[in-house]
Design a protein around this ligand. Structure first.
Ligand code: NAP
Ligand code: F7E
Length: 368
């Protein structure tokens, strides 16, 4: 009996080790976006096989992942791109059946709040039902005990905030088709976790930025325009509501939190934020300071303008077209749960993030 026990123990140890040594497989929807590209970088460093879903587009849309692209004729590949679309249930299901991922990160979305007022039905299809399509495919292919799921939730779900700061228990009050769609995705994720025991987590991430941020989001738009103004390539930056307050972090810190959530013993939902908030106007000021431009603000609200001290050149002006049908006035997160349970804390603060975004923007403008 002792001998049989001994053999069993050795077998168990060997089996566990081979299993632990097996490279994990991740599937990222939205891999061509800001977060998807940083997450792919991170998981490749962690020795994962990374599969990413890209959409068919008439012009190239892979610039954020070109640096990790591997040709199919290369030996040992660890990064694979597949065509697919989160609004197409068959493509979602086929990819999940073929890849059988250990972890799925659902980052695909029509992610622009203002645009969601223009294309509300598409936003609902992609951002709400997209999450359901993945969860259903996990269940349909019997992967409930294998595949962990991350849903890219957002502080926009808090919208017209019910308390300050916002945590995992703060009630939602979305203010845009985007926010409403993400609330559906949040609850369907909780529902599949509870009904089918799928390891499914919602990250409730506050705004996060980087040099890879899309050019129509306010931070990247400000950095790009003010750097161009500094280099004499543009005259004026037009913005909307300068008074909105946001809790801005760095995308690299936030994708690390996504991964951490899927490494826990128990699936749960987490707010990820810095706990500091700034107005859009303060963000402009931080960028101007970083660029060493001396400025002065005049007027209020829609009549606000920012002039260069001395010359009087108008560098920031307001265009009412950039105002939204409804605004989220103030967002401020409380990440105590993530700090405690994930041992997560951001490495960047607003100043180091602005410094990096400005340096990379100047660099890329000079190389253009
Ligand atoms: P992003 O840069 O706009 O990237 C979105 C990604 O989704 C892109 O790869 C895009 O593809 C893809 N996509 C859009 N529609 C799709 C569809 N129908 N089928 C397949 N792919 C589709 O957004 P991000 O800033 O990286 O954000 C990632 C996720 O986190 C999104 O779900 C967003 O809503 C959420 N989120 C973002 C923030 C933030 O502050 N960044 C905060 C909270 C939550 P293309 O490249 O072809 O457009
Ligand atoms: O706007 C104001 C605008 O578009 C921030 C997405 O990643 O974060 C993002 O959503 C604020 C708003 O981000 C302009 O009215 C003023 O109050 O950069 P944004 P967002 O709407 O907060 C959340 C967490 C997400 O989940 C979303 O996917 O800036 N603002 N002037 C402007 N905004 C834009 N875009 N352009 C302007 O000219």
């Amino acid at each position: 009996l002792f001998f049989i026990n001994y053999i069993c123990n050795i077998y168990n140890i060997l089996y566990k080790n081979t299993n632990n040594m097996r490279k994990k497989i991740a599937l990222i929807t939205g891999v061509t976006g800001q977060d998807g590209s940083y997450l792919a970088d991170y998981l490749i460093k962690k020795k994962y096989f990374v599969h990413g879903v890209k959409r068919r587009s008439s012009s190239l849309n892979t610039s954020r992942v070109d640096h990790i692209y591997q040709d199919r004729f290369e030996g040992k590949r660890n990064f694979f791109l597949h065509y697919g679309d989160i609004t197409d249930a068959i493509s979602v299901s086929t990819l999940i059946r073929k890849i059988k991922p250990d972890e799925i990160y659902n980052l695909a979305a029509q992610s622009h709040v203002s645009v969601s007022f223009e294309v509300p039905e598409y936003t609902g299809n992609a951002d709400a039902i997209g999450a359901l399509r993945i969860l259903e495919a996990i269940k349909f292919h019997g992967l409930e005990n294998k595949t962990k799921f991350y849903q890219a939730g957002t502080s926009e779900m808090f919208g017209k905030v019910k308390e300050i700061p916002q945590n995992e228990k703060t009630p939602f009050y979305p203010r845009s088709p985007y926010g409403v769609a993400k609330v559906y995705a949040h609850w369907i994720t909780v529902n599949y976790r509870e009904a089918y025991n799928i390891f499914a987590c919602n990250g409730i991430l506050f705004n996060h930025e980087s040099s890879r941020r899309g050019g129509t989001f306010v931070t990247k738009k400000i950095v790009n325009a003010l750097c161009k103004i500094k280099l004499g390539l543009q005259k004026t930056l037009y913005l909307g509501n300068l008074e909105a307050k946001r809790d801005w972090g760095h995308a690299k810190d936030y994708v690390f939190a996504m991964w951490k959530m899927l490494q826990q013993k128990k699936a749960s939902d987490f707010v990820i934020s810095t706990g500091k908030q700034f107005t859009v106007k303060q963000f402009v000021n931080l960028v101007l300071d970083e660029l060493k431009i001396k400025y002065i603000w005049k007027g209020r609200g829609i009549n606000s303008k920012c002039l260069i001290k001395g010359t009087g050149n108008k560098i920031v002006s307001i265009d009412k077209n950039y105002f939204r049908p409804l605004e989220v006035d103030t967002l401020l997160g409380n990440s105590t749960k993530a700090k405690k349970e994930l041992r997560w804390k951001p490495k960047y603060n607003i100043k180091s993030m602005v410094r990096e975004m400005v340096a990379e923007e100047i660099n890329s403008l000079k190389n253009d």
